[in-house]
Design a protein around this ligand. Sequence first.
Ligand code: ADP
Ligand code: MG
Length: 624
Amino acid sequence: MNAPATETRKFEAEVAQVLHLVTHSLYSHKEIFLRELISNASDACDKLRFESLGKPELLGGDGELHIDVSWDEAARTITVRDNGIGMTRDEVVANIGTIASSGTRRFLEAMSGEQKADARLIGQFGVGFYSAFVVADKVTVLTRRADAPAGEGVKWESDGKGEYVLEQVEQTERGTAVILHLKADEDEFLKAWQLKSLIRKYSDHVAFPIRMPKEEDGKPTGEWETVNDASALWAKPKSEISDADYIGFYKSLGHDFNDPLAWTHNRVEGSQSFTTLLYIPEQPPFDLMMGGRDERKGLKLYIKRVFIMDAAEELLPNYLRFVRGVVDADDLPLNVSREILQHNRQLERIKAACVKRVLDLIEKLAKDEPEKFATFCKAFGNTLKEGISEDASNRERIAKLLRFASTKGDGAKQTVSLDDYVGRMAVGQDAIWYITADSYAAAAGSPQLEAFRAKGIEVLLMFDRIDEWMVGYLGEYEGKKLRNVAKGELPLDEADKQKQEEATKQAEPLLKKLKELLGDRVGDVKVSARLTDSPSCLALSDYEMAPHLARLLREAGQELPESKPTLEINPQHTLLKRVEAESDATKAKDLATLLLEQAEIAAGAQLADPAAFVQRMNRVLLDA
Ligand code: ADP
Ligand code: MG
């Protein structure tokens, strides 16, 4: 070792920032420090057990992995000790002095909004270690990696303010001890019953024994007693697991304070045996809201109860990334690597089983628990929509679970299923009609709905960003095409068609005039079958992107080909009569351009020249 025996270092800037945020804004749920430290100790035991599969000598005859929590009233310290993998000096620096995972940076990103540093964030972003400084004004870590000699123990110490001290120490036992020197007003944690109840509350389902010094009549007996359940919950028979057990397990697994919304626990026996315990959370975790750009977490893969790795990416498709849980396989080789997992047939089968279980569970909610299902839709409905493109084999099942607002629904509430829609289609109606916009108001108020309203045809109102894209993949449902009201031909009967032709013939001079006035700003001008009240709207060809979407993409910096819209008009409208009668060329052009611009605005498009639009409107208003 070339490093000096003792040195003082500065925390990396971002770590210092996280520390500051955590210690200055975490007032509620201070007690989570214990859960986080125990969770780290448990991870360390998992890692040692896994590494020792190939290198049994790592255990050095001490294969009983456990976590000890003790306290010292006189010294005012709490110690969490594990005999897990431990850390080298470099690992200590990398894991708790710098940005150990992308978690630190993501945590800061999440905090940059209005978000308060609540306890929920801390566990989810993998910055749990720092929660020690919420209750401690000094933290000492003593650690030795399982494969390092006793002389290469490491002592790390910090007051959490900006610097830490590293020292090489003699450390006879492997593993890690975290010693918290409590702040002046945190004495409540120095009581055995308090620590014990926190362990039961937050860490009961950690699969390693958590031990505390045994006391009799308030005096230590010198022995240790295990205070948690310490077994793999998912491996127990279902009949022995209570709802409270399931909920408790979820909370420690997902670092969540809320109860899960639902769960499903299954054992498959046969040529390939495995157990799945899968949860749907009640609220989206923060990484889901942030687009899930980073590595996905939340589904732990065990093989015969040995934790192997977080395998959410291997075991769950992206559109089910909100699921948390455990998969325990009996028949996978214990030495699997991520590379092997990615091409493993057995794993493919387990993945398919996970997807099936989750969809079963959501279907059950939809059928039997409407309130929970509504919560689900609100939290994850949009994520589920991604499955329409991602998982073609389950497309119908997923489509059945989607809910939309509709012209025959309950306002902006997204409660109408495709089955509801198909069930009340009129005889002879052969398409499922929808409109996309960027808000409920824009969808519900669109002039394109007028003819549909007049004919009593239901239209699904879609206003999530993903909808247009999702519908494109769905294409049809139960043999009925999904069609955009703004695109292509409308469902006209013979009488309608005749009326339409007649109107077009009559409006011939008007159409010609408008085309001349608007020049190359439009591709075409037509008499609309869509309008009853409004003067104009845009119509799209089947392959054209909805204007509101084109605007969003342009705002996001994408280059899109310019497309010239087709303007549809309602010749009966007074404004069009005015255009027809207007002999002043400038005035006629103002009116015509405004008809186009209002259609663009209603469709959520971007006005090419807003200032010119305002001037034009003012000229017309003053003239009126
Ligand atoms: P996370 O657990 O999500 O990675 P933490 O802030 O809780 O984030 O811990 C940071 C890192 O410090 C861990 O990933 C681990 O590498 C290391 N670490 C913390 N506690 C221990 C421990 N008891 N034994 C070994 N390594 C630990
Ligand atoms: Mg942790």
